[in-house]
Design a binder for this molecule. Structure first.
Ligand SMILES: Nc1ncnc2c1ncn2[C@@H]1O[C@H](COP(=O)(O)OP(=O)(O)O)[C@@H](O)[C@H]1O
Ligand SMILES: [Mg+2]
Length: 112
């Protein structure tokens, strides 16, 4: 577990479980928590943490959710946070409807 100091400084209110999520860089992670507990909040910060720590390039990150409304909100939050941290990412990440992750990754050249 490792969290960029920029995130620790800017989000001192993250609780211990949230820090564990944000700082998880070692591979897959399943988070089960109730509505409004900060899952999306932490997912966006985890993305930014990977970028700040240079554990991932922006083009290697794909965020998935179930509804278009949720996708728009996630993209909006990610954009705001990326701006705050001066992380250069594509201005408008695509929202891809009804596609499976493997197809999306192929389209984006992440896998062959
Ligand atoms: N540690 C935190 N500090 C400040 N606000 C937080 C924190 N965790 C969650 N929130 C806020 O709580 C609200 C619900 O979070 P959200 O990520 O949408 O929850 P979930 O995805 O689990 O339903 C959002 O407004 C989010 O910004
Ligand atoms: Mg959510």
């Amino acid at each position: 577990m490792r969290i960029a100091t920029e995130i620790l400084d800017k989000f001192p209110e993250l609780n211990e479980s949230q820090r564990e999520i944000v700082g998880h860089i070692e591979g897959p992670l399943l988070v089960v928590a109730g509505p409004g507990s900060g899952k999306t909040y932490c997912l966006v910060l985890r993305t930014l943490n990977l970028l700040l720590l240079k554990e991932a390039q922006p083009r290697q990150v794909v965020l998935c959710t179930f509804t278009e409304k949720a996708a728009l909100e996630m993209r909006h939050r990610r954009r705001i946070q990326a701006c705050e941290f001066h992380i250069k990412t594509p201005p408008e990440p695509k929202i891809c409807k009804e596609c499976d992750l493997r197809t999306l990754c192929r389209t984006e050249g992440i896998i062959q």
